[in-house]
Design a protein around this ligand. Sequence first.
Ligand SMILES: [Fe+2]
Length: 189
Amino acid sequence: MTQPLPTRDTIVDFIEGIFLRRGAESYLGEAVSMAQHMLQAAACAERDGAPAAMVAAALLHDLGHYTNEMPDDVLMEGTNNYHEEAGANFLARFFPAEVVEPIRQHVATKRYLCAVDPAYFQRLSDASVYTLELQGGPMSGAEVAAFRANPYLEACVRVRHWDDEGKDPERAHPPFSHYRPLLASLVTS
Ligand SMILES: [Fe+2]
């Protein structure tokens, strides 16, 4: 743990600090940095007129890559330390399920879409095809059926598409500060 647990009053500053200090790090195998990737995903969500919670989910979906920024007890809570679980468990302390669940399920959603949409697989980046195998490959028929019962299915699918779109080194995006009011409006009381 590198920092004390943020509070509802400091969570937006805390997240911005991660973007500013760590965002320039490379997104393994992609042509964009981690901050570029998440800011682009959020910009795509805004472009598509998405609700605030989906924009926030797109913006924060890979925050769990920075597990060493998060309090130790958050990491102990999860059934695994995969980045989507770590990020979701941390963010669930401050944001509603509409924000957190598409983040928790963004890897599962990739496995779901690969199973149900052959065109989706064709559009994945090379790095994403590589990690798909490590993540369990496309879902089985039974997994697809279970995933379809997910109440956040639509949000999961939309966030996943913005995630995949946010890997273009040429795409312009607003800075993190643009999203501060949106994030602050979503913090649970
Ligand atoms: Fe991502």
